[in-house]
Design a protein around this ligand. Structure first.
Ligand code: SF4
Length: 92
């Protein structure tokens, strides 16, 4: 997760559950289990919609953002969902 560089820029980042999380490497998953751990935290995060909207708007191509992988975000953009950031998060 790349929020380390964005904390303080947007108010929502102050509520990010991943900021300072002891398992931060999970947001840059090297295997499906890492991604599952990060996504589980994202599902409970109060700013997941804002996070996903930011990632889609800025074209984040690395890491887990708003409970989505880069592959999932590419699919969302192709489906035209970048303009609808409040879409439900993927369940896994
Ligand atoms: S949704 Fe996930 S990646 Fe985004 S701020 Fe929350 S915990 Fe971090």
């Amino acid at each position: 997760m790349t929020l380390v560089g964005t904390v303080g820029r947007d108010a929502w980042t102050r509520q990010a559950l991943c900021a300072g999380h002891p398992d931060r490497g999970a947001w840059f998953p090297e295997n499906p289990q890492d991604a599952k751990r990060a996504k589980a935290v994202c599902r409970a995060c109060p700013v997941s919609a804002e996070c996903l909207a930011f990632a889609l708007k800025t074209g984040q191509s690395e890491g887990i953002w708003g409970g989505t992988t880069p592959y999932e975000r590419r699919r969302m953009r192709r489906a035209g969902l970048a303009a609808a950031p409040a879409a439900p998060l993927p369940s896994n």
